[in-house]
Ligand binder design. Structure first.
Ligand code: GLP
Length: 240
């Protein structure tokens, strides 16, 4: 595990975009694992700029997002598909047909692990970007999740519903279920970058650094991965 501490969220975004851009240049058909949330926004802004400046092209890039809510109305404006379109895909030269999400219907999932099969068929994920939940979740793998699980349906923890309520008009509108790549799916990526900014993430970062892998803090599972980089700002590094 390599830890890179930077001054602020902007610097974290800049560094992360640089690493992802290098991966895109390195592979003829790069496969990216992408995350939602507010932490990756500066990264996506820099990736858009690098694409506009023609430093990188997404024409041969395939993406797999980590997770998606279950039970949202069509065009609710809150799905992770809509988030990614708005923040990244609508602004770059990617083919939308190459952007993938775990498929969800209002009733739930038919075969979540078909998503893992699709990732394998694309050659596996070259670089997986991850945010971090305040309770140490990655994707939507809440505390207590098994480290070997593949894509599956999840019940969101109360702490996650509370944290994500800021994107909705009230906490009661936040879906209680989602589908997420499992920790086992995530660990298959060839390279993993975890980004965290702000004081709210300091406790989870503390456990990542101090604890051995344990299911109470899902992020600690990443310590088992051979190519794992943590990029954090000053505030998220406050307790280490
Ligand atoms: C959601 C997503 C996670 C993300 C987390 C942190 O719960 N499912 O993938 O890492 O939010 O979000 P933020 O970056 O906004 O703090």
């Amino acid at each position: 595990m390599e830890i890179i501490k930077l001054n602020d969220a902007g610097a974290v975004g800049h560094k992360t975009a640089q690493i992802i851009a290098d991966e895109i240049k390195k592979h003829d058909n790069a496969v990216l694992g992408l995350a939602t949330g507010s932490t990756p926004l500066p990264t996506y802004e820099h990736l858009r700029d690098l694409n506009h400046e023609k430093v990188i092209s997404f024409k041969n890039v395939t993406t797999f997002n980590l997770d998606e809510y279950i039970g949202l109305k069509l065009n609710s404006g809150h799905s992770y598909r809509e988030f990614m379109d708005k923040e990244l895909f609508d602004h770059i030269d990617i083919h939308k047909t190459n952007t993938n999400f775990p498929s969800v219907t209002p009733e739930g999932l038919k075969d979540p692990q078909a998503y893992d099969a699709l990732i394998a068929k694309a050659g596996g994920i070259d670089v997986q970007l991850l945010g971090l939940g305040v309770n140490g979740h990655i994707g939507f793998n809440e505390p207590g999740s098994s480290f070997t699980e593949l894509t599956h349906e999840v019940e969101l923890a109360p702490a996650t519903i509370k944290a994500n309520a800021r994107f909705f008009s009230s906490p009661s509108e936040v879906p209680t279920k989602a589908v997420s790549m499992g920790i086992g799916s995530i660990l298959k990526a060839k390279k993993i970058i975890l980004i965290a900014t702000g004081e709210a993430k300091a406790e989870a970062i503390y456990h990542l650094v101090q604890d051995g892998p344990n299911e109470e803090w899902p992020v600690t599972a990443l310590k088992n991965h051979p190519d794992f980089t943590v990029i954090i700002d000053h505030d998220a590094a406050k307790l280490i």
